[in-house]
Design a protein around this ligand. Structure first.
Ligand code: PMV
Length: 333
């Protein structure tokens, strides 16, 4: 009928940082204080369809088939505003997201969520972006989302410019190039979490330990990239574990102090150290929440799984591997 549909569907996976992004130098453009490096995971993902429509008078957002609440819709709508402005098309959209991430279990979905939304929305509105530009759009939704544009091992280069034009992710190793296993260990949790946005801000503004983080994180990053080059799993695990501990240490120095761990988190950390003392290589890392990600080699994943499963406060373990970057799916028309 000659009417061009402004519709696209994209799929993006979550990622886990081996070198953490912790602290912003610009809150609105989401520019980080430090560069970071993550591995995209194959198990958890978001599929999002965006359709712009001139008949709409506001944006509508459905999450897992249900109309989202005001706060979530506002966040998506604010995000779409940036894309409309860039594309110079003032159209509202219907956004439908299916989260294949156990969010209720405290696993973050913002990375896969904003990577999928950025990809679907920019394509639907007619922009044909290079992945590097797409990564910048994803960053505006949630910092860690910029890394989920690519599969495998991905670096987010912090950039130096004020406008953020040099702050985006770059692929380091393809998902098939370094087979590792990441066990996502979900623990019993009872406390309300400090959102990463608020936690970072408080740490940057008040923690005397934050400078120590900044003084050493770029060195951790270059060492980790060296470990990737050599496919040296031991080195990778050791650096990732100590970088995670260092990030979490900065929160203890904040005012008021806070921490993301719970007793179950510590139990898993200790179990990992115990597994290691048996000669099996396993390392842990945690993001802004109590769940633990355990890194090991694929040939050891069953042994590690079996031992962690015995901890009473461990509720569920998801076995993940390096996964793919953003892909576009048929929209069904
Ligand atoms: O992208 P955000 O705002 O959810 O922040 C992510 C922060 C950490 O997960 C703690 C670290 C990281 O690099 O993913």
């Amino acid at each position: 009928n000659g009417v061009k549909t402004l519709k696209a569907t994209a799929k993006a996976h979550t990622n886990i940082a081996l070198i953490k992004y912790w602290g912003k130098r610009d809150e609105s453009l989401i520019l980080p204080m430090n560069s970071s490096l993550s591995v995209t995971l194959d198990t958890f993902y978001t599929v999002t369809t965006v359709e712009f429509d001139e008949k709409l008078t506001e944006d509508v957002f459905f999450l897992n088939g249900e109309k989202a609440d005001h706060t979530d819709t506002e966040r998506v709508s604010n995000y779409l505003r940036a894309i409309r402005k860039f594309a110079k098309k003032h159209l509202f959209a219907v956004v439908r997201s299916e989260n294949h991430v156990p969010t209720a279990a405290g696993f973050a979905s913002s990375a896969s969520g904003y990577a999928a939304l950025a990809a679907a929305a920019t394509k639907a509105i007619g922009l044909n972006l290079h992945p590097q530009e797409l990564s910048q759009f994803a960053r505006l939704g949630s910092g860690s989302a910029c890394r989920s544009i690519y599969g495998g091992f991905v670096e987010w280069q912090k950039g130096v410019k004020e406008d953020g034009s040099d702050s985006f992710a770059v692929p380091i190793l393809h998902e098939d190039d370094f087979p590792i296993a990441v066990l996502s260990v979900m623990v019993a949790t009872n406390r309300k979490k400090v959102l990463s946005r608020a936690g970072m801000k408080r740490t940057v503004e008040t923690s005397p330990f934050y400078q120590g983080w900044l003084d050493t994180v770029e060195h951790d990053l270059s060492e980790l990239k060296h470990a990737l080059e050599l496919r040296d799993f031991t080195l990778l695990g050791e650096i990732a574990e100590r970088n995670a501990l260092k990030m979490h240490a900065t929160t203890l120095g904040a005012n008021p102090p806070f921490y993301y761990w719970q007793s179950a988190t510590m139990e898993v950390m200790e179990a990992v150290q115990n597994i290691r003392s048996q000669g099996i290589e396993a390392y842990f890392t945690m993001d802004a929440g109590p769940n633990v990600k355990v890194l090991c080699l694929p040939e050891d994943e069953q042994k590690v799984y079996d031992q962690l499963k015995q901890i009473p406060s461990v509720k569920k373990i998801f076995t993940c591997h390096p996964g793919p970057g953003v892909t576009f799916l048929p929209t069904g028309e």
